[in-house]
Design a protein around this ligand. Structure first.
Ligand SMILES: NC(=O)c1ccc[n+]([C@@H]2O[C@H](COP(=O)([O-])OP(=O)(O)OC[C@H]3O[C@@H](n4cnc5c(N)ncnc54)[C@H](OP(=O)(O)O)[C@@H]3O)[C@@H](O)[C@H]2O)c1
Length: 260
């Protein structure tokens, strides 16, 4: 899989990233099938298989249970990875909590650095709670991330958005957007069009509709879902979650074919 630059950040990333929700959280998730959180050995194997397949990007968040902590324990050679994490949402005792204040943002970053056993984060996104406009206009999370970037703790910042207007603002004012694109959700198309004009990074979430794209779950098929995501030239990377090594291989093979 050929690496490409994430917008203008200077960060080389693989076009397929590994989503790590299932490494740390099995409550209040929207997958079609029940699953068991993989043990340490299984996570180690998924990580080393990812590297073999050319994947260098890992997507995590404090909202994904103990995903960050497990990555910190199980990742070897941190320099080889591009770690994407988030601020604004935490998930504890079966519940999400949102806090987009400057103080919470700083504390979250300190915690992420400690859990991930690193002294920098490659990418940090504000994890939208749905009200992008309020986050942009009234909260301090993004401004705080920009200061932390100046302080050298973060290399690139952006928003994981939930609205088209929020996405449009994000591509104008930040390094990258995490947007939605799948065969039944085209609402972020204008965001991708604008990102292409501005050469900003675009990381796609929910490309496989949390697994509902699978034909066995009644969807059009994972292949079609992946092809659809990459049919827009603005897409820098698809984040796909999986804890199944065969699925990881299939996804990587197709993404390599579509992007090499
Ligand atoms: N920022 C945000 O607001 C936000 C929101 C949602 C997600 N995300 C990020 O995006 C990542 C992906 O999201 P997601 O986990 O909700 O869903 P997703 O990537 O759309 O789908 C993951 C599901 O697809 C299944 N899958 C993957 N490859 C497959 C294949 N080849 N064949 C059949 N099934 C396959 C996986 O099952 P198996 O494990 O069995 O392969 C898993 O249940 C997350 O891990 C997270 O990092 C971010």
């Amino acid at each position: 899989m050929k690496l490409r630059e994430l917008g203008q950040t200077g960060i080389p990333i693989s076009p397929l990233g590994l989503g790590t929700v299932k490494f740390g959280r099995d409550q209040q998730v929207k997958y079609p099938w029940k699953f068991k959180i993989p043990d340490d050995q299984a996570v180690r194997e998924l990580l080393s298989l990812s590297r073999e397949l050319g994947i260098n990007l890992l997507d995590t968040a404090p909202a994904y249970g103990n995903s960050e902590e497990r990555l910190g324990q199980l990742l070897s050679n941190r320099q080889q990875w591009v770690i994407v994490s988030k601020v604004g949402e935490t998930f504890e005792n079966g519940q999400s909590h949102f806090d987009f204040s400057a103080a919470a943002t700083r504390t979250t970053i300190e915690n992420s650095l400690r859990k991930l056993k690193t002294d920098y984060l490659d990418v940090v996104l504000v994890h939208s709670d749905g009200n992008d406009q309020r986050l942009i206009e009234q909260e301090d999370a993004l401004e705080t991330l920009m200061k932390l970037k100046q302080e050298g703790l973060i290399r690139a910042v952006g928003l994981s958005t939930k609205t088209t207007d929020g996405g449009l603002w994000t591509v104008e004012h930040t390094d990258l957007v995490m947007a939605t694109r799948n065969t039944s959700d085209h609402t972020d198309d204008p965001v991708l069009d604008r990102a292409l004009q501005l050469n900003k990074g675009v990381v796609i979430k929910k490309g496989l509709q949390s697994g509902h794209a699978d034909s066995q779950a009644g969807g059009a098929g994972i292949d079609e879902a992946i092809r659809y995501v990459f049919s827009h030239p603005a897409v820098s990377c698809l984040i796909a979650g999986t804890i199944n090594p065969e699925h990881l291989k299939e996804n990587a093979q197709l993404v390599a074919q579509l992007t090499d």
